[in-house]
Design a protein around this ligand. Sequence first.
Ligand code: PSV
Ligand code: MN
Ligand code: MN
Length: 392
Amino acid sequence: MTASTKTVEAAKAALRRQTIELPSWAFGNSGTRFKVFAQQGVPRDPYEKIADAAQVNLYTGVAPRVSLHIPWDLVDDFSDLARHAAGLGVSIGMINSNVFQDDDFMLGSLTHPDKRVRRKAIDHHKQCIDVMRATGSSHLKVWLADGLNYPGQDSIRGRQDRLAESLAEVYGALDEDQHMVLEYKFFEPAFYITDVPDWGTSLLHCLALGDRASVVLDTGHHAPGTNIEFIVAQLLRQGRLGAFDFNSRFYADDDLMVGAADPFQLFRIMHEIVQAGALDPASGVSFMLDQCHNIEPKIPGQIRSVMNVQEATTKALLVDADALLAAQQAGDVLGAHGVLMDAYDTDVRPLLATLREEMGLAADPMAAYAASGYADKIAAERVGGAQAGWGA
Ligand code: PSV
Ligand code: MN
Ligand code: MN
């Protein structure tokens, strides 16, 4: 299949507008519970994390926002951090709360049976909202480690009630132009129940909260075999898909580079996005990465991931929508499937290389970054880089 010039130009126009948000924590040292392998030149503070994220934007041209995690990215002056970001050509994206690393939260945070602990968790979210005000961030991102390890440990229903009440207070503290996104995950660190395990639970809470609450879909947070593009389609129908946390998984919440484990799944997800017209930034869906780079270098790992998202998006944009609809309506099972596979099987790398050159970028971001000398520079300048998240 060769796409028409019109289709290619429309695809390029859509790709120029697409943006991908980067997680600050992807730039620090990370590992598993067995070992964290320290790398040379990793950032020592949030300022340096943003500087590294800005490199990803410099070479891809489509990653202009950096998401922060509080308190991992705590600084004295968040306005100053936002100015630092702006000076490097990026801005602050979503603010992630963190109520999973304090001893008080062992039995839950927003769902905790003790009112005092719930208050502490709610207040942390209010502090995150202050960070949003200082940095110009528009979205508060909530993922809770809350859950139970054993049947009977606490009331399932009671915890949902407390969660609803706590979330309502946090939502009520947002400014009119600020949004909340609620991430779900079916396991870990709790293993019997998590309090926001699935898209349905997240959606119900969001619907109860109001128009400015929507769901975060982390691609690593489902049981094996779950049809993620179906969830994407459902949430888009409701106008409640707030954001992706993109990564790959072979087994659990592996947090590998997006598009590495299953590029076809990523394409199927992006096909739903494109069909729904949700690629446009105005649709309110944020395409974010949530990854750890345990053994590969961080900045190239992020560049590669951005490119993987772009490749899947391009293939989705090349689906011949008219031919697909005609085949579907004619009941032509193999024809319809063939239309989709024609797009998936297209080598879109030349198209993206041309687009980058048209945007004033190098055709190959990985090679351009490697040639820049930045990796050697930070290795020489930075000693004692921080661990990503845990222990930071
Ligand atoms: C939880 O597994 C999660 O996906 C949430 O998004 C957290 O904020 C993030 O990972 C921390 O790395
Ligand atoms: Mn996530
Ligand atoms: Mn995760």
